[in-house]
Write a protein that binds this ligand. Structure first.
Ligand code: ZN
Length: 141
């Protein structure tokens, strides 16, 4: 189930239940809540996805077609089947995860993540549906 766990080092782990093979899930408010909980007003929030077939990215939140276009373009660039050698059958998901990357760093000001007007933080699932997590670690300047 979806949830939040926190360790003594200030690391928050958000559980994310994905529902499709590939999807982008807006986690901005969950990250903002994790920052708020620490009381940190100014600093950096590091995000890390401890999975090999998922990623985290920042992109437009206003038009959901942008997310659909990103996922469709990725499918064209990295087809599901393409003579891959990886026997598990999810080579495309591994490639997509590396294209987007496992981490992001976002400035914190006034206790909130600093994002552009149209930006959101997206957890990117490339081999779902699965139960996933993302680690969130805000630190003060
Ligand atoms: Zn694999």
């Amino acid at each position: 189930m979806e949830g939040v766990t926190k360790n003594e080092a200030g690391m928050t782990s958000l559980t994310i239940l994905t529902t499709a093979r590939c999807e982008m899930i807006d986690i901005t408010e969950r990250v903002a809540a994790a920052i708020l909980e620490t009381g940190i007003k100014t600093g950096i929030c590091r995000l890390f996805v401890p999975h090999t077939t998922a990623a985290v990215t920042i992109n437009e939140n206003a038009d959901p077609d942008v997310q659909r276009d990103i996922l469709a373009a990725l499918d064209r660039i990295v087809p599901l089947t393409d003579h891959y050698r990886h026997a598990e059958g999810n080579a495309a998901a591994h490639v997509k995860a590396s294209l987007f990357g496992a981490s992001q760093a976002i400035f914190i000001e006034e206790g909130r993540p600093v994002l552009g007007t149209w930006q959101s933080i997206f957890f990117c699932e490339f081999d779902g549906p699965r139960t996933r997590k993302i680690l969130v670690r805000p630190t003060a300047d």
